[in-house]
Design a binder for this molecule. Structure first.
Ligand code: PEP
Ligand code: MN
Length: 336
């Protein structure tokens, strides 16, 4: 249930509602809105009697939340969440382009690609330092050395950086270096990692599990919001299907569904969805056309020599083409 306060409710009235919720044995979560504060009631085992709150000063109404994901749902927050990372804005009304290699391989590699993608129009740099690889014999990432190269990229180019966290042990380290902490598809339901992300002071990009339903994905995001971190960016990166013409199947319909169900921003990763370079630009155009708030694209200056995901990495000039095309698509419906 959501207790919606009057527009002119005082901090004391809000506090009194919080205290009443807690006195009933529930958890209260104030949600500041554009015009008024709402207070979510969490941790109720059964139905809640609205009458206990309706008579309190400053209370406008009590709205039942029908979805299992409460804080993530539009029922608890009507306005879109907008996330600021330095000067970059992610959310409704903006198209945020994130690009970089799958993995940080060296300082020269990271810096070369960062300068090229920035010139082409990227606003955020991506690069894995801790890599979840299918084979234990594949390149596992540079670890801390990779994080340091990311910090150098930020310092030199001014681009904020996003990088993946793989486990609780390295969370503090990744949080220290990253501007956005990425949770990958394989960890979408790693609940201890999600709880730790809920305590993080940086935005989290939560990728959809490769076989997760949208409900499961939004419930995973709920863990992070429930923990106290409301800066979550959802990332659709394709799901496993029977096809073999692409690495995964980009679930385009996830974008309008998520935008209807949730106030959180949603971006598309066309690189891991397609898995092949020639699919990345068309999937990007589709992602933006269907309403994604951004894209995260793998780019490499010498993809034939890349230590991971070279086959799906764009050449920098292709990324430049992508940027022009998707900006044109975004601008064509932005004003409507
Ligand atoms: C990645 O973005 O580098 C990555 C490993 O993606 P995913 O978790 O979607 O496979
Ligand atoms: Mn990759």
């Amino acid at each position: 249930m959501l207790i919606v306060m009057n527009q002119n409710a005082t901090p004391q009235e809000i506090q009194a509602v919080v205290a009443t919720i807690e006195a009933n044995g529930y958890t209260a979560r104030p949600i500041p809105g554009g015009e008024r504060v709402s207070i979510g009631i969490l941790n109720n085992k059964g139905p809640i009697d609205a009458d206990a709150f309706l008579g309190l000063p400053g209370v406008k109404e009590a709205v039942p939340i029908t979805r299992p994901y409460k804080l993530v749902s539009r029922e608890s927050q009507m306005e879109d969440t907008i996330i600021h990372v330095g000067d970059v804005v992610i959310g409704n009304g903006h198209l945020t382009l994130i690009a970089g290699p799958c993995a940080i391989e060296s300082e020269t590699q990271a810096m070369t690609i960062a300068k090229l993608v920035k010139q082409a129009g990227a606003q955020i740099f991506r690069g894995g330092a801790f890599k979840p690889r299918t084979s234990p014999y594949s390149f596992q990432g540079m670890g801390l050395e990779g994080l340091k190269r990311l910090a150098k990229v930020r310092e030199t180019t001014g681009l904020p950086v996003v990088t993946e966290v793989m486990d609780d042990e390295t969370f503090d380290l990744v949080e220290e270096y990253a501007d956005i902490i990425q949770i990958g598809t394989r960890n979408m339901q790693n609940f201890s990692l999600l709880r730790r992300a809920g305590k993080a002071r940086k935005p989290v990009m939560l990728k959809r599990g490769m076989a997760a339903t949208i409900d499961e994905w939004l419930m995973a995001a709920e863990y992070i919001l429930e923990g106290g971190n409301s800066a979550v960016i959802l990332c659709e990166r394709g799901v496993r299907t029977f096809v073999n013409h692409s690495r995964n199947t980009l679930d385009i319909s996830a974008v309008p569904v998520v935008r209807k169900e949730s106030h959180l921003p949603i971006i598309i990763d066309p690189s891991h969805a397609g898995g092949r370079r020639d699919q990345v630009i068309p999937l990007s155009r589709a992602g933006v056309a269907v309403g994604a708030h951004g894209l995260m694209v793998e780019v490499h200056h010498t993809p034939e020599k890349a230590l991971s995901d070279g086959a799906q990495s764009l050449y920098p000039h292709q990324f430049e083409t992508l940027c022009h095309q998707v900006r044109a698509i975004f601008d064509s419906f932005k004003e409507q």
